[in-house]
Design a protein around this ligand. Structure first.
Ligand SMILES: [Zn+2]
Length: 234
């Protein structure tokens, strides 16, 4: 089950649409899409969900194709929860025309093409001069050889993470079992890397290498885990 995303504009259902949507060619817009103002540009079509502000190449056509693949159902005929779910499905189908998006099966099995990371600029690196250290406040300790774009498991399959590196910045992508007690872990849009955050990794954090600061995560038993990258060469 994928996380909820992109609910912006889906709740508001006052008013009667008067304008034709450029994507589905049906009357689904409240405001004239030709007008260059916030209301006109930020609206989405109540029939197909196309966002007027979307400026991807061929967005108008690709959204229509995605909506067709999802069954051409009328978005705002659905109750709110279903509407969000249907919108999300259409969005992923649309986004998948531009980017590699992990399938439900890949997410389930935690198996994926390296493109999932590399398309966002994260390099696949192995580096023997670095290691990834994790300690838990219950006394457990793990040491992993440094490799990015790769799922690394602690002692059970729910507690996993991956390290990402781009332009000398380091990130910790945290799996399901390691993001408890984080107030920012809500259903709202959590930004960034569609196709793997938040579907595979609910949240991500900065890692501070070569700085010694640790990134702290918590499991459901409120045990804390401290992550850092360390230089392994004395
Ligand atoms: Zn439309």
């Amino acid at each position: 089950m994928r996380a909820k995303l992109f609910t912006f504009g889906l709740k508001e259902d006052k008013g009667t649409p008067e304008y034709v949507c450029p994507s589905c060619n049906r009357i689904g817009l409240l405001f004239d899409p030709a007008e260059n103002n916030y209301k006109a540009q930020d609206q989405l079509c109540r029939i197909c969900g196309f966002r007027i502000s979307d400026k991807h190449d061929n967005a108008v056509k690709n959204w229509n194709d995605a909506w067709t693949e999802c069954g051409r159902e009328i978005l705002f005929d659905k109750p709110y929860e279903e509407r969000c779910e249907y919108y999300r499905k259409t969005f992923y189908s649309f986004y998948g025309k531009y980017f590699y998006v992990a399938s439900d099966m890949e997410i389930e099995n935690k198996e994926f093409d390296d493109k999932l990371f590399s398309q966002y600029g994260f390099l696949h690196k192995k580096d023997d001069t670095k290691k990834i250290l994790v300690r838990c406040d219950d006394g457990n300790f793990w040491e992993f050889s440094y490799e990015t774009n790769t799922i690394i498991y602690l002692d059970d399959l729910k507690k996993y993470f991956a390290v990402g590196e781009d332009h000398e910045r380091f990130y910790l992508f945290a799996g399901d079992g390691l993001t408890h007690g984080d107030s920012s872990a809500t259903d709202a849009y959590r930004g960034g890397y569609i196709g793997f955050v938040p579907d595979m990794f609910p949240l991500y954090y900065p890692l501070f290498y070569p700085d010694d600061r640790e990134c702290i995560l918590m499991d459901q038993d409120k045990k804390k885990y401290y992550f850092k990258i360390e230089c392994s060469v004395a």
